[in-house]
Design a protein around this ligand. Sequence first.
Ligand code: SF4
Length: 350
Amino acid sequence: MSWKKDCASALRSVEELEEKIQLSAAERDYFHIKQDTFRCAVPLYYLSLIEDSENDPIRLQAIPRIEEFTVKPFECTDPLGEASYKVTDRLIHRYRDRALFLATDTCAMYCRHCFRRNFTGQHEGPAGDTEVEAAVNYVSSHPEITEIIFSGGDPLMLDTKVLEGYLARFKAVRSGLVLRVGTRMPVVMPSRIDAALVSMLSEYKPLFIMTQFNHPRECTAESMKAVSALIDAGIPVLNQAVLLKNINDNADTLEILFHCLVRNRIKPYYLFQGDLAPGTSHLRAPLGEGLRLMKELRGRVSGLALPVYAVDLPCGGGKVPLTEQYITGKTEKGWELTDASGRTFLYPEV
Ligand code: SF4
């Protein structure tokens, strides 16, 4: 279980980070502000991918900066409006045919752009027996639910046996349930994808792994080996990248990333516009820039390599693809977007 040691050795404090890497003033200052902060954990593996510069795309995803204390007026703690779709303590039922289960709040690395920071890393811990039972009962009484998305936090932070217990309890409701596991472990701690985990997951097909590679430098020999182990066991792996300012917001980087993923049998599924989570504006690329990049990429990469560019509409409007059908206008305040039922939402241009 080397991954447990890898979790234990992740760097969490300014002192631990400074032993391994020279911090910039903006990074060091983050730790000196006495306010509630979003937890920090940087696995040594992910740290090793950082090159020198302060603006390194790996570093920006891992190491907090003072800019996280700049909260824009339109940012909110629950940017997807998930609270209003919570049907039990750990189950969110927003779309008719699928529900999202918050398996645990912990992660191997706390990504600085995380949109679910109101739950992630908040010491909630793994779902307890009662919470699992309430979620399973709800799914049982809602036959329209055909998919369960295991999320959090990162469900692969759970012991393999504990995770298996959760999967089995949901699967017992209806054997045809499709399971998805959202995880960044292949990206930030590939050692987690060990033989025992792969073998267990392969018993719960149809099961899909949804991961989040955001930059080509994350596609290392180790991470690709981890993904291969899953795919070789018959578990499809899809990628949900996030468009991030100064990290992957240029066509060359995205083209290399998408080609690299496809070459390694990972389907680029979504490219998400950044959600309006507090303190993330320094990492959020403007929506107009995303549209321009997608137009450029359409002429450069195959349909197989091109993900759908999408946004979660602010205040719980749900996920929509950023295509003409859903973009109704642009004012100086931002982009006017519509959902499938015709309700309109404003996404600020920042
Ligand atoms: S792994 Fe996912 S849930 Fe965890 S911090 Fe990163 S983006 Fe957030």
